[in-house]
Design a protein around this ligand. Structure first.
Ligand code: OGA
Ligand code: MN
Length: 296
C-alpha cells in the first residue's frame, strides 16, 4: 500500500500529519517504514485512523520503528500490572480492568500526563517515538494536545536563545509529581534520581534545533532553583502558545505516533467515572542525549 501523509490542519502545514495507506496489523514494507520515519521528521506527530489492533500487534508494529522501552516509569509494577512491560498503561483501570477510585494513587500519578511533557525525559536514555492507541474513550473530552518544539526554538528571541543554548536540565518524575503535590517514599526517591539532558537539542534527522522541555525538569545546572523554575515557566508558556499547538480529538482505534525530541504533549481532562483505556508503546532514543554525535 502506498503511504500518503497530509497536514492535519491547513493553517499549520508543518505540524501533525494524517496518514493513509498503513495497516498496523500487518508487517510493514521497507518503503512504508521509510515514509513513516520521514513523516515523523517532517510533521512531528502522525495520526493513523481505524487501527483496530491487539497488544501484540501494537508491539510488533512499533518494533518496525526501533527498539522498545519498558514501562519502568509506570507507578504500578509487578503482579499489579494490567499490561505487559512493553506497554505503558495510560488508563484509569486496575489490573482486573475495573475503574480506579478517585483517590487511587496510581490514578492520581497518571494526572502527571496533564502537564506538558516529553515522554521518559526522566530516563537517562529518553523516548524517541511514542505510539498511543485509543482502545476505549470517554463519551466526551480527553483530547491530547501537542506543541511544536522546533517552532518554539525558532521563535525565541536571539538573546534568550544564546542564554539557554548551553544549559543542562535535570529531569525526574519526582519533580513533575511534586508539582501535583505528591510525597515520595525513600525507595521512590532513590529510583527516580534526576538525569541530565541538554535544554536545547539538535534533531538528528533534520538538523534543526529544538527546545527540550518537559514537566519532569526541576532544575538547571548552575542556576538557583527559583531562577531555573521561573525560566522554565516562561519557556513552557512560550512553547505552548496556541499558534504552536494542536489538539488531537480522539476517535476509537486511532493510533497516534509522535517524536518526543521535537514535541511536547499533555492530556486534557474528561469526566471522572468514565473509562479511558489508552496503551502506549515507546521507542528508545538508544544513546544518552549528551552523547549523541549531532547533539551540539
Ligand atoms: C502518554 C500521554 C496523554 C493522554 O501516553 O504519554 O502523555 O492524553 N498521554 O493520555
Ligand atoms: Mn506522555
Amino acid at each position: 500500500m502506498k503511504v500518503t501523509i497530509k497536514p492535519a490542519n491547513p493553517d499549520k502545514p508543518h505540524f501533525v500529519g494524517h496518514v493513509e495507506g498503513v495497516d498496523a496489523r500487518k508487517p510493514l514494507a521497507p518503503q512504508q517504514i521509510a515514509a513513516l520515519e520521514s513523516g515523523l521528521a517532517r510533521f512531528g506527530v502522525l495520526v493513523l485512523r481505524d487501527q483496530q489492533i491487539t497488544d501484540a500487534e501494537q508491539i510488533a508494529f512499533s518494533r518496525s520503528l526501533g527498539e522498545l522501552e519498558h514501562a519502568t516509569g509506570d507507578l504500578v509494577q509487578g503482579a499489579d500490572r494490567r499490561l505487559p512491560m512493553e506497554l505503558n498503561d495510560i488508563s484509569n483501570l486496575d489490573r482486573d480492568g475495573k475503574l480506579r477510585a478517585l483517590d487511587d494513587r496510581a490514578r492520581l500519578f497518571g494526572l502527571g500526563n496533564r502537564l506538558w511533557h516529553s515522554d521518559s525525559s526522566f530516563k537517562a536514555i529518553p523516548a524517541r517515538f511514542s505510539l498511543l492507541s485509543a482502545r476505549v474513550l470517554p463519551a466526551q473530552d480527553g483530547n491530547t494536545e501537542f506543541a511544536d518544539m522546533r517552532a518554539a526554538w525558532d521563535t525565541l528571541d536571539r538573546a534568550t536563545q544564546a542564554e539557554i543554548r548551553p544549559m543542562i536540565a535535570l529531569h525526574s518524575q519526582l519533580y513533575s509529581r511534586a508539582v501535583l503535590g505528591f510525597d515520595f517514599s525513600d525507595a521512590e526517591r532513590q529510583a527516580w534520581a534526576p538525569v541530565r539532558h541538554p535544554l536545547v537539542r539538535r534533531h538528528g534527522e533534520t538538523g534543526r534545533l529544538t527546545l527540550y522541555l518537559s514537566a519532569h525538569i526541576g532544575a538547571i545546572e548552575g542556576l538557583p532553583i527559583p531562577e531555573a523554575r521561573a525560566l522554565l515557566r516562561d519557556l513552557t508558556e512560550h512553547a505552548t502558545q496556541r499558534e504552536r499547538t494542536h489538539a488531537h480529538v480522539w476517535q476509537p482505534h486511532d493510533l497516534v505516533i509522535w517524536d518526543n525530541r521535537i514535541t511536547m504533549h499533555r492530556a486534557r481532562p474528561f469526566p471522572p467515572g468514565q473509562v479511558r483505556d489508552m496503551r502506549r508503546t515507546t521507542i528508545t532514543d538508544e544513546v544518552p542525549t549528551l552523547a549523541q554525535p549531532h547533539a551540539a
